[in-house]
Design a protein around this ligand. Structure first.
Ligand code: FAD
Length: 435
């Protein structure tokens, strides 16, 4: 009879350091088999063969594998549909329980429910913990128990509830000898799953304190290195939110506020899973979008003739990143100047962003479109020229990505600003039945 084991299932928490679910698994008294699944259900939807996120995950797993090898253990990495993989794992290991951290997206919740049902049939179970956020689901709600739909009171309550215990870290590194011992296994090649490596290097996961100290002054200027570029690390859990919040409390309140926006949007999606496909404010479904394919293509490729928009889209296509200020400008341009459904822009960002996160992406797109919770008012239409003047006054950012700007080679504007503004207001007013 083999010794029983626990499994720790890595998902959006690809780190050993201060990983709460892992800490609990390694403290639970049985050897822990660390497992990662390249989920076929998700990979089948990826359009780009050299998807950056996949390379990022692959690199991270390779590093984790190296660390485990020094402890005589190994990550068990599989490729397949989670239910089928678990059926296989249960036939190979005497599994008592599977530990993991909470994953809040609608797909993840359904997947975990199905895996738990399978485990229960075999006398095991899925035990999950909060790790990805400070406050989850319905931990910060209004006094009547209903979710907040407005950020400011949410963030006030969030700060009021915060105690040092919420951002205390957990020493999972000190328990590494409790992993199940087995010879090192190879990390499956990306090619074996139908993908190739992306050649880019990725931003590091160490918080640059100098950047954060000046965050409130510099974060809106895309030519400056004024933000942390930690998005991808928060997405895949290669940093701990508890450590980040502890640092933010010391360094910069505005930065802390952005981490709270992240949790605000996560709880919104958890409470309202219909947001994945629908406008939060249902009346916005009546907007008659133009959805012109050629204009959408020009936007995707950075050929609109609006330099700040084109710079942003070219930065996204070339690096997988776009500065937050510019994300707002390009999103507003697509939705309001071109009258293209926000869901098309959201989908393009989902395909290209290295830090793509369903809740942050969806809720920010809905925020710009005016149809989200606590959204920008519908009549707020960014003027791309004044945005560029205010936040990139010397054209430094624009010139970096649109070198032909101000030469004869630069394309003419795809649409006139004043004409587009009026057309947009008319379309919104018609849908919202305003005079
Ligand atoms: P920093 O400014 O250093 O902020 C630190 C962290 O705070 C970010 O990494 C992120 O986790 C969080 N954060 C900051 N701003 C926001 C915000 N407005 N909403 C939610 N979280 C925030 N962010 C994503 O993480 N994934 C997305 O898919 C995403 N899509 C977006 C789409 C649109 C149209 C817009 C306007 C914004 C989107 N954002 C998204 C929010 C924001 O632009 C990025 O989080 C930020 O630019 C990432 O860069 P950074 O790590 O340097 O951020």
């Amino acid at each position: 009879m083999q010794t029983p084991v626990h499994i720790f299932w890595f998902r959006r928490d690809l780190r050993f350091d201060d990983n709460y679910g892992l800490f609990r698994a390694l403290s639970a008294g049985l050897p822990v088999v660390p497992v990662f699944i390249f989920d076929k259900e998700i990979l089948d939807y990826l359009e780009d063969r050299d998807d950056r996120r996949l390379t990022f995950i692959h690199d991270t797993l390779t590093q984790l594998q190296g660390q485990l090898a020094t402890r005589g253990s190994s990550l068990d990495i599989r490729y397949g549909k989670p239910l089928e993989v678990f059926a296989q794992l249960l036939s190979e290991y005497p599994v008592r329980a599977v530990f993991a951290n909470h994953d809040y997206e609608p797909y993840a919740a359904a997947r975990d429910g199905a895996v738990n049902a399978l485990l229960l049939q075999q006398g095991a179970s899925l035990i999950t913990f909060k790790d990805q956020v400070i406050f989850e689901k319905d931990e910060v709600v209004k006094n009547d128990g209903l979710p907040y739909g407005v950020y400011t009171p949410y963030s006030k309550k969030w700060k009021l509830q915060l105690q040092p215990a919420h951002y205390q870290s957990f020493d999972s590194l000190g328990l590494m000898d409790n992993f199940y011992r087995q010879p090192e296994r190879p990390v499956p090649a990306l090619e074996a799953m139908g993908f190739t490596r992306h050649p880019d290097a990725f931003p590091g996961n160490v918080l640059n304190e100098a950047v954060v100290k000046l965050y409130h002054q510099q974060r809106d200027f895309p030519a400056l290195p004024g933000t942390t570029q930690l998005g991808v690390h928060l997405r895949f859990g290669t940093v701990s939110i508890r450590r980040l919040v502890a640092q933010a409390l010391q360094l910069n309140e505005t930065f802390l506020g952005e981490l709270i926006w992240r949790e605000f949007f996560m709880q919104l999606l958890w409470h309202y899973p219909r947001l994945v496909h629908e406008c939060h404010k249902r009346e916005y479904e009546a907007i008659r979008w133009r959805n012109d394919e050629k204009e959408f293509e020009a936007w995707c490729e950075g050929r609109t003739g609006y330099p700040i928009v084109d710079a942003g889209m070219r930065e996204l296509n070339a690096t997988g990143f776009m500065h937050n200020r510019v994300r707002m400008v390009v999103a507003s341009f697509l939705i309001k100047h071109l009258l293209i459904d926000w869901r098309l822009g959201e989908g393009y960002f989902a395909r290209k962003l290295l830090d793509f996160d369903l809740s942050a992406n969806n809720c920010n797109w809905q925020w710009v479109a005016g149809c989200g919770c606590d959204a920008a008012p519908y009549f707020r239409i960014f003027n791309p020229a004044s945005q560029a003047k205010k936040f990139d006054g010397q054209d430094q950012y624009i010139k970096r990505w649109v070198p032909e700007y101000k030469t004869r080679d630069y394309v003419l504007p795809i649409v006139d600003h004043e004409f587009a503004r009026k057309r947009c207001l008319a379309a919104y007013k018609e849908a919202l039945q305003m005079k």
